[in-house]
Design a protein around this ligand. Structure first.
Ligand SMILES: [Zn+2]
Length: 195
C-alpha cells in the first residue's frame, strides 16, 4: 500500500544510525560544567511589558482552543511583524509551539528565512526546539515571561541562545510579566487536573 511517508519506509532502520554509548560511558554534556545555567540577562526596556501583554493575549487564545497557554509576538522597529499561540494539538504538530508559529508567520510575511533586527516576546522560557529556531532565524533579542525549570533552554537546563560555539547569539531579557505568565499556566494545569 502506498504511504504518505514514501521512501522513508524503504530505508533500513540501521542505516545512518550512530553508535550508542556502551554502559558506563557517558555523553559529553551540552555545556561545560559551571556554564550550564549561564544567562547574560539584559534589563527590561520601555515597551517590553506592552508586547508581553500582547503575547499573553495569544496565550489566552490558545487556552480557549484547548492548548497549553503560551503566546509569542515578533517585533521589528517597534512594529508588530507576526504573532502566534501554541497549536500542537490543533495541528497535530509537535513543533507548533508559539515561538515557531510566530517565526513561521514572520518569515512568510517578510519573505525571508532569517529575521535579523527582530525581537521575539514569549510568555514562557523557550524549549530546546524553539531556542534552536530563534538561533536559526537570527533573532536579535529574546524577551520571555515565566522561567521553565523542566524544559527551558534559555537559562534553566542550558542556554542555547547565547552559546559561544554557535554562529549566532542574542540579547535576552527574562522575567517580563513573569507572574502573570506563570499564573496563566498554573491555572490551566490546575483546571485540566480537575477534569
Ligand atoms: Zn518550544
Amino acid at each position: 500500500m502506498e504511504s504518505d511517508l514514501g521512501p522513508l519506509e524503504s530505508i533500513r532502520p540501521e542505516a545512518g544510525r550512530r553508535r550508542l554509548p556502551v554502559s558506563g560511558e557517558s555523553l559529553r554534556p551540552l555545556v561545560s560544567p559551571g556554564a550550564v545555567n549561564a544567562l547574560l540577562a539584559d534589563p527590561i526596556r520601555d515597551g517590553d511589558a506592552a508586547w508581553m501583554a500582547r503575547a499573553l493575549e495569544r496565550a489566552r487564545e490558545a487556552w480557549i482552543l484547548g492548548e497549553v497557554p503560551v503566546g509569542a509576538v515578533v517585533v521589528r522597529d517597534g512594529c508588530l511583524l507576526a504573532e502566534g499561540g501554541n497549536r500542537t494539538l490543533r495541528w497535530n504538530d509537535p513543533s507548533a509551539h508559539a515561538e515557531v508559529v510566530a517565526l513561521r508567520r514572520a518569515g512568510r510575511r517578510t519573505g525571508a528565512a532569517r529575521l535579523p533586527g527582530t525581537s521575539l516576546y514569549v510568555t514562557l522560557e523557550p524549549c530546546a526546539q524553539c531556542a534552536g529556531a530563534l538561533v536559526l532565524a537570527r533573532v536579535d533579542r529574546l524577551v520571555f515571561g515565566a522561567p521553565d525549570p523542566k524544559a527551558g533552554m534559555v537559562g534553566s537546563l542550558g542556554n542555547l541562545v547565547q552559546d559561544p560555539r554557535l554562529n549566532h547569539r542574542m540579547a535576552v531579557t527574562p522575567g517580563v510579566l513573569a507572574q502573570a505568565c506563570a499564573r496563566l499556566l498554573r491555572d490551566f494545569f490546575r483546571e485540566r487536573r480537575r477534569r
